[in-house]
Structure formats: structure tokens, C-alpha cells
Design a protein. Structure first.
Length: 176
């Protein structure tokens, strides 16, 4: 009888854990497609913000290290109206992703910072309105640190944004 008394809590605990695990697995299975669809919709909205004249975006294979996604923006007739490249580079708190819109000739038409884990109030300043605007209008050419304004106190993050921009340029040259 003593052994049974000692085993009973273990059996109850294992049963509770197994049921909880099964329920969590089921909830994950049910919500994963909904979450993926919502993330894709947010990405499409961001792409449309970068190149508003596009009616759709076609993924293009890109082999450049740091290129997260490369897309050809097309209008209603299927004509390419630009490209969107999502790229990233290592910052202080992790990867610093940006999305860059290029016109077909290679001029930067728009740029936006994607969510990142940089230090709030410092590294996250690359996402503030105005900072990335310095890249708009530039040709698809890699830039050096002395050709852009870096954020004082957040040099690692702003250099990561510059490196991600250069990855985007290299990616654009590959996929155009």
C-alpha cells in the first residue's frame, strides 16, 4: 500500500502533463495557419507600402547572404514596376532587418525598418521617421559609413542598417 501511495502523485502529474501537452499541441496546430496567414498579410501590406503602384509581388530566388526575401513588384498587366528586397545584418541586439523598394532602373524609392531587438531608445531609432529616408533616391550602389549619417550612441545599429542596405543592393543586382 505504501508504494502505491508514493506512485499515485507521479501518475497524476504525468497524466496532467500529457494532457496539457496534447492540448497545447492541438492549439498550436489550430492557430499556426492563422498566424502564418496574418504574418503574410502584414508582409504584403509592407511591400505595398514600399511600392504602391504594384498590384502583386512575385518571389524571386536570391542567393545573397543576408537576403531574407526578394520580390518583383508587378502591375495589373504583369509589367515589373520595381523590386522589394528584405535584408538583414547583425546589430547590437540581434539581426536588423530592413525592406528596400527599388524602381526597375535601380533607384531606391522607399525603405522601412522591420521589427528588431535593438536597444529601445537607441538602436530602435533606425526605425524612426526620417533616419532611413537618407537612403531614398540613392542608386543601387553599396555605401560606406562615411557617406551616411550614423546615429550617435547607436553606431552598431546604424552600421547594421547600412550593412543590411548594402545586402539589399547586392540582392537587387542579382535579381533584377
Amino acid at each position: 500500500m505504501g508504494k502505491l501511495k508514493a506512485i499515485r502523485p507521479v501518475v497524476v502529474l504525468v497524466t496532467v502533463c500529457a494532457v496539457a501537452g496534447l492540448l497545447l499541441g492541438w492549439v498550436h496546430q489550430m492557430t499556426a495557419p492563422v498566424i502564418a496567414r496574418a504574418e503574410e498579410e502584414r508582409a504584403q501590406e509592407a511591400y505595398a507600402e514600399l511600392i504602391p503602384e504594384a498590384s502583386s509581388f512575385e518571389e524571386v530566388p536570391c542567393g545573397v547572404d543576408g537576403c531574407v526575401a526578394a520580390l518583383r513588384a508587378v502591375d495589373e498587366s504583369g509589367t515589373a514596376v520595381g523590386f522589394v528586397v528584405v535584408s538583414e545584418a547583425k546589430g547590437y541586439g540581434g539581426e536588423v532587418p530592413i525592406a528596400v523598394g527599388f524602381d526597375p532602373e535601380g533607384t531606391v524609392t522607399s525603405i522601412m525598418a522591420m521589427p528588431n531587438d535593438e536597444t529601445p531608445g537607441l538602436g530602435t531609432r533606425i526605425a524612426e521617421d526620417g533616419y532611413l529616408d537618407q537612403y531614398v533616391g540613392k542608386p543601387a550602389q553599396t555605401l560606406e559609413a562615411d557617406s551616411v549619417d550614423l546615429i550617435s550612441g547607436a553606431t552598431i545599429s546604424s552600421k547594421a542598417a547600412l550593412a543590411a542596405f548594402n545586402v539589399a543592393v547586392e540582392s537587387f543586382e542579382e535579381v533584377r
